[in-house]
Design a protein around this ligand. Structure first.
Ligand code: J2J
Length: 545
C-alpha cells in the first residue's frame, strides 16, 4: 500500500498488478529528466519566447533543476513539503517543478487566474512552506497577492518571485551548487497535488504519484504519436492537467521532444510560434479551437507543420469538430480527461465519424469504466448513465479529505466522475451531460456551491443558486439566481458581481448573469430544483437570441 494519512493509496494487489503489467515503470520525474539530459544534453527542451526569448537544452534544464533543488534544500524546503506554484507559461515553471520533484517537495498547481481567496486556501490547507509567483503577468502584480497571503498563513516561510522580487526573494537568487539529495522520492510516492475542477465549497486537492502520472504520460504519447521529433505547443495555462499531461509538456519532455510555451493562446500569438518552431501538436479547449479554425482561413502564417490538435476540457460539438481538419489541415483528437485520472482519446486512425462524434476511449486496457444508474447498478450496453472509473492512474481519494472521499468514491475504489456518458460499441465514450453541481465555462470549471457561498455573504442576500446557462461561444456560462432578504433595498446584478469579484476570486468564477427571484422552484423533496432554474434561463437566453 502507498497509503498515508494524507491520501489513500492504491491497494497492494492493484499496485502489484499495475507494476507487473508494465504500466508503472518505477521512474521518478527527477530521474526522468536526468536520463533525458544524459541521452541528449544539447537537444532543446523548452522554448520560451517571452522577454528576450530563451531556449533551454535538456542539459541546461537538468542543471537548473539541480541547482534550484539544492538552493531550496538550503532554504529548509524538503521532502513532503508543499509549495504552491502559480506561474504563467514561462521557462521557470519547469525549472521550479523539476527542482521540487527532485527533492520530493510537492508542487501545488495553482492557475494564474487564481486570486487571494483561492491562494490563501491552497497555502493554508496544504500548510505550504513556500509560494512561487511571477512578478507581473497580464497586468497583474502577483507580489502584492503574495504579501497578503504571507501575512495570513503562518507556515508560509518563503515567497520566490520569477523576475523582480519586490519585498520577496528572487527565484534567480536561490540556486546553489548542486548537492546530493537526501531521501530522494520513490516512484510510488506523491509527486504533486493537482487541483480538482470540483463541485464543493472549496476545491479539493488531487494527490498524484510519480508512477501513476508517468504512466499517463507515456500512454498518452503512444496514442498521440508524440516522439523525440515532436514539438508541443503549450497554449493553455501550463499548470492545468490537460496541457501538463495529455500528453502535454511533461509528456513531450518524457519523449525527449521540444516544448514551446505560448504566453497566450490567441492565434496572433500562437500561429507565428507554430510557423517559427515547426509545432506538430497542441491542445485547446473548444472555444479556442473554434477561434483557431476561423482565424486559420485568413492567416499569413504557415501552419502546415501541425499534425494533431487535441480538443478537450469541455464538450466539443460535432459541428465544430467537423471544421478542424479542413481548416487546420491536421487530425483532430478529442480528449475527455480529468485531473483525478482517467483520460480518453479518440485514436489518430479512428474513422472520421468516430473522431467528430465521440470523446474517445481510455488510455489503458486496465482503465475500468462503469456506466451506472443512480443506485450504482450497471446499465446495459449503450445506455446513458453515471461514469465510474478505477485504474492505474486514477486516484483512490483526495488529499486530506476522508469525509468527501467516502462519497466521491465507491467502497471498492471507483471514482465517481460526476459525468453522464454513453459507451458506443467500439468502447468510445460520448459525454451526454453532468450530474455534478458544476458549470463548465469553456473548460474552466466553476463549482456552484463555492460561488453560492460567496454570494450568500452579501448582507442583502437571503439565498443563492448558481446554474449553467447555454452560451454559443463558451458552451456554458454561469447564472446566479438570487433571493434578496425581506426589506433589503434594491440591489443591482452588477453589485452582486462586484461583490464576488472583490472577495478575491478568479475572474472566471464571477457570475456572468444574475437573476433576482422571490423564491426558488422546489423539487418533490423540497430542495432547490436547479433543473428548473437551468430550463428557465435557457428559455430566456433562447428567447433573446
Ligand atoms: C466533455 N467534458 C469534458 C470533454 C473534460 C485532458 C483533458 C481535459 C482535462 C480536464 C484533463 C471533456 N467533453 N472532452 O484533465 O488531462 C469535463 C468533465 C470532466 C472534467 C474534468 C485532461 N473533457 N471534460 O478538463 O479536471 O466533466 O480536467 O470530469 O479540469 O471536465 O476537468 P479537469
Amino acid at each position: 500500500m502507498t497509503e498515508t494519512t494524507d491520501a489513500p493509496g492504491y491497494p497492494a494487489e492493484f499496485a502489484e498488478r499495475y507494476r507487473a503489467a508494465g504500466y508503472w515503470r518505477g521512474e521518478t520525474f527527477g530521474q526522468m529528466l536526468r536520463d533525458r539530459a544524459q541521452a541528449h544534453p544539447d537537444r532543446i527542451a523548452i522554448v520560451d519566447p517571452s522577454g528576450e526569448g530563451r531556449r533551454w537544452t535538456y542539459g541546461e534544464l537538468d542543471l537548473r533543476a539541480d541547482r534550484l533543488a539544492a538552493g531550496l534544500l538550503s532554504h529548509g524546503i524538503g521532502k513532503g513539503d508543499r509549495v504552491v506554484v502559480q506561474l504563467p507559461n514561462i521557462a521557470e515553471f519547469f525549472e521550479v517543478v523539476f527542482a521540487l520533484f527532485r527533492i520530493g517537495a510537492l508542487p501545488v498547481f495553482a492557475l494564474p487566474a487564481h486570486r487571494e481567496t483561492e491562494i490563501r486556501h491552497f497555502c493554508a490547507f496544504t500548510e505550504a512552506a513556500a509560494y512561487v509567483v511571477a512578478d507581473v503577468s497580464e497586468g497583474y502584480d502577483y507580489r502584492e497577492l503574495a504579501s497578503k497571503v504571507r501575512a495570513e498563513v503562518p507556515t508560509l516561510k518563503h515567497v520566490f518571485v520569477a523576475g523582480d522580487p519586490g519585498e520577496h526573494t528572487a527565484l534567480s537568487a536561490v540556486p546553489t551548487e548542486p548537492v546530493a539529495v537526501p531521501d530522494a522520492p520513490a516512484p510510488h510516492e506523491l509527486a504533486f497535488l493537482q487541483l480538482s475542477g470540483g463541485s464543493t465549497g472549496v476545491p479539493k486537492l488531487i494527490p498524484r504519484t510519480h508512477d501513476d502520472y508517468i504512466y499517463s504520460l507515456w500512454g498518452s504519447n503512444e496514442i498521440c504519436g508524440v516522439d523525440e521529433n515532436s514539438v508541443y505547443l503549450c497554449a493553455l495555462p501550463a499548470a492545468h492537467n490537460f496541457p501538463l499531461s495529455s500528453p502535454g509538456t511533461l509528456g513531450a519532455l518524457y519523449a525527449g521532444a521540444r516544448v514551446v510555451l505560448a504566453p497566450r493562446p490567441s492565434p496572433d500569438v500562437a500561429f507565428p510560434l507554430i510557423e517559427a518552431e515547426g509545432v506538430t501538436i497542441t491542445g485547446l479547449v473548444p472555444p479556442l479551437a473554434l477561434v483557431w479554425t476561423e482565424a486559420a482561413a485568413e492567416t499569413p502564417y504557415d501552419l502546415s507543420s501541425l499534425q494533431v490538435l487535441l480538443v478537450g476540457g469541455a464538450k466539443f460539438s460535432e459541428e465544430a469538430a467537423r471544421r478542424v481538419r479542413p481548416a487546420l489541415g491536421c487530425t483532430l483528437q478529442q480528449v475527455f480527461g480529468m485531473a483525478e485520472g482517467l483520460v480518453n482519446y479518440t485514436r489518430l486512425d479512428d474513422p472520421e465519424e468516430t473522431i467528430v462524434t465521440t470523446q474517445g476511449r481510455p488510455i489503458s486496457p486496465d482503465d475500468e469504466v462503469r456506466v451506472v444508474d443512480d443506485e450504482d447498478n450497471d446499465l446495459p450496453a449503450g445506455a446513458t448513465g453515471h461514469l465510474l472509473t478505477r485504474g492505474p492512474y486514477t486516484i483512490r481519494g483526495y488529499w486530506r479529505a476522508p469525509e468527501h472521499n467516502a462519497t466521491a468514491f465507491t467502497a471498492d475504489g471507483f471514482y465517481r466522475t460526476g459525468d453522464v456518458v454513453r459507451r458506443t460499441e467500439s468502447g468510445h465514450l460520448v459525454v451526454e451531460g453532468r450530474a455534478k453541481d458544476q458549470i463548465n465555462r469553456g473548460g474552466e470549471k466553476v463549482a456552484a456551491e463555492e460561488i453560492e457561498n460567496h454570494i450568500l455573504a452579501h448582507p442583502a442576500v437571503h439565498d443563492a443558486a448558481v446554474v449553467s446557462m447555454p452560451d454559443a461561444y463558451l458552451g456554458e456560462r454561469t447564472c446566479a439566481y438570487v433571493v434578496l432578504r425581506e426589506g433589503a433595498g434594491p440591489v443591482k446584478s452588477i453589485a452582486i458581481k462586484k461583490f464576488v469579484r472583490e472577495r478575491g476570486l478568479a475572474a472566471f468564477k464571477v457570475p456572468d448573469r444574475v437573476e433576482f427571484v422571490t423564491e426558488f422552484p422546489q423539487t418533490g423533496i423540497g430542495k432547490v430544483s436547479k433543473k428548473d432554474l437551468r430550463a428557465a434561463i435557457a428559455a430566456q437566453v433562447a428567447a433573446a437570441a
